[in-house]
Design a protein around this ligand. Structure first.
Ligand SMILES: [Zn+2]
Length: 129
């Protein structure tokens, strides 16, 4: 296993140098952390306050009525789409938005582990840096 010790100079894991079985264990843990894939939503929640325009309303002195929440979803080459999120749906929608970010982070980390495993395969028997 001595080649592991010297091969980290060119990988993303050069400081921590986890073993191959550590990486595979981490990959399994990541799979277990995946949120349900039917509960993801790409976008960001935006908080809005609105003044009603009545100068005698208490909102005239503050930020306005609200908060009201909107989901903003961006698309390449188009302006973002905004949809109103009723208060009753806020908790569920915000969880789905968080799930989406989490899924992406988990996929990225699993992909990096697989990338590192590929590098180790290529290095077997030769210094591939
Ligand atoms: Zn008002």
């Amino acid at each position: 296993m001595s080649y592991h010790r010297t091969s980290y100079v060119c990988g993303p894991y050069r400081m921590t140098a986890p073993s191959t079985s550590d990486l595979k264990r981490r990959r399994r843990q990541l799979l277990h952390k995946l949120p349900p894939l039917d509960a993801v939503l790409r976008g960001s929640l935006i908080e809005r306050y609105k003044r009603c325009g009545n100068p005698n309303c208490k909102c005239a002195a503050g930020p306005g009525h609200g908060p009201k929440f909107y989901l903003s979803v961006s698309y390449p080459g188009r302006s973002p789409q905004m949809d109103y999120v009723p208060q009753a749906d806020y908790a569920q929608i915000s969880e789905r938005v968080a799930n989406y970010t989490l899924v992406r982070e988990i996929l990225e980390e699993i992909s990096e582990i697989n990338h590192e495993l590929l590098r180790r395969r290529g290095r077997r028997g030769a210094a591939a840096c």
